[in-house]
Design a protein around this ligand. Structure first.
Ligand SMILES: *Cc1c(COP(=O)(O)O)cnc(C)c1O
Length: 217
């Protein structure tokens, strides 16, 4: 089933990219495994998945022990400062930086292990649906603070859109995130999940975070 699902998602990614004149290779699929078992994750990797997204550090540590560096790990959920050390030890990209305090905590732990930690800033463009993420008018200040930190590198923006069963409802939010990325010269855009990843790609997503479409049968 995972094989079939993964193929379908990849086909949809290709279609959405081609539809808007984009190179399908410019969109990375992050398989969201927060509800998947380690066995399912190994399955996905054997069928060609390479990047895994988790939203809790604690859960990831257990899975990481089994899977290790056979995958590229993304933290897509909220991060507490006291988990920064573990997060830095596992994740290639932390999608959810939304405060100076958190950025500093990550920077400090990254410095200890001589890592430059790539991060995204989470922006709550909809103003609803999630209590995490900064508002768009706080972005400039946070970016300036992050720039002063030596061991953390902000490469783009992330957003979580409100739950919907109509993908078009998300389009305006994706467009807004893209505008902010352009305004601040940021390349990566992590946006779109099972409910709306095709629309996100049409609006410029460089990473989509898809869970249910792959792992629920
Ligand atoms: C769970 C989750 C996803 C994936 O959602 P699906 O509906 O399973 O595709 C994407 N992003 C975040 C932040 C999540 O927590």
């Amino acid at each position: 089933m995972i094989n079939v699902n993964l193929t379908a998602v990849k086909d949809n990614i290709r279609t959405a990219a081609v539809k808007t004149g984009r190179d399908p290779g410019s969109v990375r699929l992050i398989c969201v495994t927060k509800e998947a078992t380690t066995n399912q994750m190994f399955d996905a990797l054997s069928y060609g998945a390479t990047e895994l997204g988790e939203n809790k550090v604690q859960d990831t540590l257990l899975k990481f022990r089994a899977i290790g560096n056979k995958a590229v790990w993304h933290l897509i959920g909220h991060l507490q400062t006291n988990k920064a050390k573990d997060a830095v030890s596992v994740f290639s990209l932390i999608h959810s930086v939304d405060s100076v305090k958190l950025a500093k905590a990550i920077n400090k732990e990254a410095e200890k292990v001589s890592k430059i930690q790539d991060v995204l800033i989470e922006v709550n463009v909809s103003g609803e649906g999630t209590k995490f993420g900064i508002s768009p008018d706080e972005l400039e200040n946070l970016l300036m603070s992050v720039k002063e930190l030596q061991n953390i590198h902000c490469i783009g923006l992330m957003t979580v859109t409100p739950l919907t069963d109509a993908p078009e409802n998300s389009r305006g939010y994706f467009r807004k995130l893209k505008e902010l990325a352009v305004q601040f010269g940021l390349k990566e855009l992590s946006m779109g999940m099972t409910q709306d990843y095709q629309v996100a790609i049409e609006e410029g997503a460089t990473m989509v975070r898809v869970g249910r479409a792959i792992f629920s049968s």
